[in-house]
Design a protein around this ligand. Structure first.
Ligand code: PMP
Length: 394
């Protein structure tokens, strides 16, 4: 049977709200006209609220999440800097490649699949060198592993080391008190829990990271990514003045403001709890089907997506079967393991009704592949029980 309305449940891009999509369709204005300048100003103000960093400098740039990674690294590092990357999956490894591309040789602390390195190991590693910066991934989208940012931030308190966090699959859904915890750069992209179609790189930068960037003797070579080019533009827009370096994606900015307005109206605390609650209930649904996730414990399981092992004897045909049942899922992307698991996103405006539908489709898909070791409805029932009983909102 042909489904005309599939649910896009990959871990980004996600489905966007009708108001956000409508905002994209407004007539495009001049990027230096008063109306657009005020819209950009509002987006920068809202970014402070959503990323919890009131006194930080925001950057809203045309580019994907990888561009945000490039901006973060290439604006603060210089040759021979000691850098530590805590590796929890594919996107941490991309940061390793990116930094190596600039001629640096970062230390990499790789976690066992589905875990984060122990606090003792992190402490031991940090004690070995004076690192200029530590990079880590808040939620690695390849593994669904969540990093406890508060814990690492505490370890770096009082030190000169910059803490730089990839929040592409976490921002606007997982708790991050960027400024309070002393995270120097928290960056993300528009297409996940920030609720806006792909195309925007979003960064919040601490005053000390900006100052350090200025003091570099041999800055890494960059141009489109350079803060020297973008900082005057962001500062001008923040004051309500027009400025130009590269044409901003005007309609995406309309959409971002609409999405941030929805996010702020929901309330950051409630939104974070909603994601935790939905993700927890979703995992109970998976367990009821006998499925296992890559994150080994609830404490390292992302609120934004689940990376789920295929049951034995089944492979990527499950993704095909899910699509036939109306749900678009993503395959694995972690080299060596990519054929062993699939991924489903549960972030942004996706709510409990969507997740009940996804679990029902998963039950159907598994049955159609002769994986029938559960009663139909049991994943949905497990979700419902967890969702109703687990009172996250109190
Ligand atoms: N970091 C993480 C954690 C991601 O999930 C992604 C994208 N899935 C990226 C970086 C790269 O973002 P993009 O694909 O938008 O370049």
């Amino acid at each position: 049977m042909k489904h005309h309305r599939n649910k896009l449940m990959i871990p980004g891009p996600v489905e966007f709200s009708p108001a956000v999509l409508n905002a994209m369709a407004q007539p495009t204005e001049s990027h230096v006209g008063a109306n657009f300048v005020n819209t950009f100003k509002k987006a920068l103000e809202q970014l402070k609220t959503v990323f919890c960093a009131n006194s930080y400098q925001g950057f809203i740039l045309a580019g994907s999440g990888t561009f945000a990674m490039d901006v973060a690294a290439s604006n603060v590092l210089e040759q021979n800097d000691q850098v530590l990357i805590i590796d929890t999956g594919y996107f941490s490894q991309r940061m390793v490649q990116l930094i190596k591309h600039y001629g640096l040789n970062p230390d990499v602390l790789t976690a066992k699949l589905g875990t984060v390195p122990s606090l003792d190991l992190i402490k031991e590693t940090l004690a070995k060198k004076d690192y200029k910066a530590v990079f880590l991934t808040h939620v690695d989208t390849s593994t669904g592993v969540l990093f406890d940012l508060k814990l690492i931030a505490q370890q770096l308190q009082g030190k000169d080391t910059l803490l730089i966090v990839d929040g592409v699959a976490a921002a606007a859904a997982a708790e991050c008190k960027t400024e309070e915890w002393g995270i120097d750069i928290y960056f993300s992209a528009s297409q996940k829990a920030c609720g806006t179609p792909p195309g925007l790189a979003l960064l919040m930068v601490s005053p000390r990271a900006l100052a350090l960037a200025e003091q570099r003797k041999k800055p890494l070579p960059n141009y489109y990514a350079s803060w020297q080019n973008w900082l005057p533009v962001m500062k001008a827009y923040a004051q309500g003045d027009p400025a130009y370096f590269g044409t901003p994606p005007v309609n995406l900015i309309y959409a971002l403001v609409e999405s941030f307005t929805e996010i702020i109206a929901e309330g950051m605390e409630i939104r974070i709890k909603r994601h935790l609650k939905q993700a927890f209930a979703f995992r109970q649904g998976l367990k009821a089907l006998g499925l296992q996730t890559i994150p080994q414990t609830d404490s390292v399981a992302a609120p934004t997506l689940s990376a789920i092992y295929y049951p034995s004897g089944i492979g990527s045909e499950l993704i095909k079967s899910l699509a036939e049942n109306g749900v678009v899922a993503a395959g694995g992307i972690l080299p060596k393991f990519q054929d062993q698991y699939f991924r489903l996103g549960h972030m942004g405006c996706c709510n409990y009704l969507d997740l009940i539908a996804v679990l029902a489709a998963l039950e159907q898909a598994l049955y159609s592949l002769d994986y029938c070791c559960f009663d139909l409805g049991s994943a949905v029932a497990a979700f419902q029980n967890a969702y109703i009983k687990k009172n996250f909102l109190e």
